[in-house]
Design a protein around this ligand. Sequence first.
Ligand code: ADP
Length: 629
Amino acid sequence: MAQSKQDSPSGSLLIYCAIFVAALLAGFLYIGRTGFAQQIDNYFYDYCFRQYEPPKWNLSSIILAIDEKTLREFNGIRGDRRALAAGLEAVKDAHTRAVAIDVILSDPSPKGSPDDAILETALSHTHNLVLACDYNGRWEYPIPRFRRYAAAIGEVHTVPNDDAVSRGLQLIKRSPADNDERRALALEAYRVSRNTSILISPDDIQVGDVIIPAPYAFRYNMRIRYVPPSMGGIPKVSIADLVENPSLASKFEGKVVFAGMSAQDAVRDRWMTPYSDSMPLPGVEMHANIYETIANRLFLVDAPLTEVALVLLLVIAAGVIWRYTSGLTATLLSGVVIVLAHVFPYLLFTRRLIVPYMSEIVPTWLAIMAGASWQYLYVRRRLRRSEAERGRYQQAMHFVTHEMRTPLTAIQGSSELITRYPSMPDAKRKQINELIVSESKRLGRMIEVFLNVERLSAGQMELKHDVITVSELVESCYLRARPLAERKQISLVIEELPPEHVRGDRELMEYAFYNLLTNAIKYSPPETTVRVFGQVEDGRIRVAVQDQGIGMDQKEVRRIFEKFYRTRRAEQSGEAGTGIGLSIVEQIVTQHGGSIDVVSSPGKGSCFTLVVPAFVLPEDKTPQSKASA
Ligand code: ADP
């Protein structure tokens, strides 16, 4: 049997793949990139931070803090320069590796104040000093009297994420106003402390032998790996305590010092981190954490290629699962894929690779849902259709046996009559005999046609090559159909027919045409006319059967050659039918190299035209060949 287009496996595979590509694109490129999704990516990132703490840390920084106590003792915020100076003086003999000062020193202190002079002296004693510059439309540098002691100037202008959590920073920033480029304070502190230089390439930033994966494409962004709270954070010493107890200076031995404000109410720059629930981190601690990220080489790298590969893998897995398995197996395997989709980003995090969570799980979920829906809708529909076909097939078998029973009953009844009444008059006996013969022939013909069509469609039968005229074909069908038409008072009009011949299987061609004729009678109301007419066009014979019956709309016309299909109007007409006739007719006609044209309109009538190649008899050719000779 020919398969309809929507059932063809290649066709449906294409649609199936298209569904998954759509799920992939929608999830990966659209839903996964929305602001909402990015927010969840951030939550997930912070969650990984808290869940997984890298085991190997070797802290080499310390914070010299201007805390609440220091401010109290140094006359509040106005005394910060003196406090700073006191702190620096206290550690000047501690062999620090570098001292980075996270205090903006771009303005002189008020006239008459000795603070700047005191700080200047302290700075002049400080080895490997790194001062801070801020950005405010342009870089704001420390005033020259301080700046001249600096081994480097690093910038401290930090921009947090949209949700105010600081997850990374741009290691190199350029001021558009003067096109001046500055490196982050912590990066400069690292460089100066190691007495090395910085090499910037499009892919990374190299400082000494550390390669920081902060490519130009990501705007030199480096993710900060904060020292976990379980380690107690970065050690911190208050300047006030240090002044009180100078022995604390030993803690600064060999360390990189970050000096700055840590008093909660005085600090302007305080940042939320993936670790902080409510307590923000003062800027100076942030810089120390950035330094530790570099010093411990604990870099987290964005991995777009891994991300794409992973999403593809998960979506393909979903596709394969719902294509080749079903039911509980498919559900369980899908569950595994979903779990993997959720776990992969975390596992990658522990391997220091960052893939956005949502643009990976959304396409996976979409693909699983698409696969499940496809199976449910498509496969279930096919199942329902085949069940319906089976039902109709049973009906058809019922009909066939019923049809065959009519001639069989006539034959049985007649032979019984002859046996029971041996003295029956000859005339009567002859009549009954004739009936038996004609009914057996009819039965034989019916069986023959059904078997032939089955064999034909199974490709097991060769067509006979009878040569028949169109009028012969129409005539024999007309004689058989006339009683039906008379019963419904339908006038059956045969108009002019072409004299041409058709070559093919007489039995099957008659079956086909008879079907068209009886359908026209069946689906027409009483006292209407059924016309049969024909013509030859381009070497093809066209024989039409036109009725004034119930008709069909275009959608129905497209389906009437499907096996077992019947229109609603046909069902409601009360005429018995199986919807199998026309599918057989189409097969027969196609096997003869022909086709059927249908023009119909609901309530007005239909015209079925049988189109078959005309056959030219050899003797018809002869005169022409003679003429040309
Ligand atoms: P059936 O046994 O139902 O007549 P067929 O395969 O011969 O089966 O026809 C299929 C369907 O096509 C019919 O059920 C009917 O709905 C429609 N049909 C066929 N011929 C006509 C016609 N002349 N007018 C209206 N509908 C027709």
